[in-house]
Ligand binder design. Structure first.
Ligand SMILES: [Zn+2]
Ligand SMILES: [Zn+2]
Length: 136
């Protein structure tokens, strides 16, 4: 099926030819700040299946693991687009809000719920992890 999307002004576009590997909501403080929202709606895809067009800027910050996470945004309109998580070099994480059709987002879990905000009403049916889900 694949996914595609881009920023608000249209200068940055991306196209992913592969199906998403996972979908989930990240409630860590970095995602809250970067997304300007209660959580980041995240879609994991294989990095090598994505073609990016237009100039992208990255902000790097130290993740829980101590490694650097790179979050991409459009330098013109400021829209957050995707990130490269430090824990998986083959992975790219797309923000569902940047998709052309965000309604395809079906989160399967909530992660970093230890920093979820009291005004953030989570779906009680989804599995919750205080930080990262256990591997595997
Ligand atoms: Zn833009
Ligand atoms: Zn996060």
């Amino acid at each position: 099926m694949g996914v595609q999307g881009g920023c608000m002004c249209g200068l940055v576009r991306y196209e992913c030819t592969a199906d998403p590997i996972f979908m989930g909501n990240c409630h860590c403080r970095d995602c809250q700040r970067a997304a300007g929202a209660a959580y980041a709606p995240a879609i994991g895809v294989p990095r090598n299946a994505v073609k990016i067009t237009g100039e992208v800027k990255y902000y790097e910050s130290k993740a829980d693991s101590g490694n650097m996470a790179r979050r991409a945004f459009c330098p013109n309109c400021g829209s957050r687009l995707f990130s490269f998580p430090p824990f998986a070099p083959d992975l790219m994480v797309i923000l569902a809000t940047s998709l052309d059709d965000p309604s395809i987002f079906k989160p399967a879990m909530d992660i970093y719920t230890s920093s979820a905000q009291p005004w953030d009403h989570m779906n009680p049916a989804l599995p919750k992890f205080p930080k990262m889900p256990p591997p595997g």
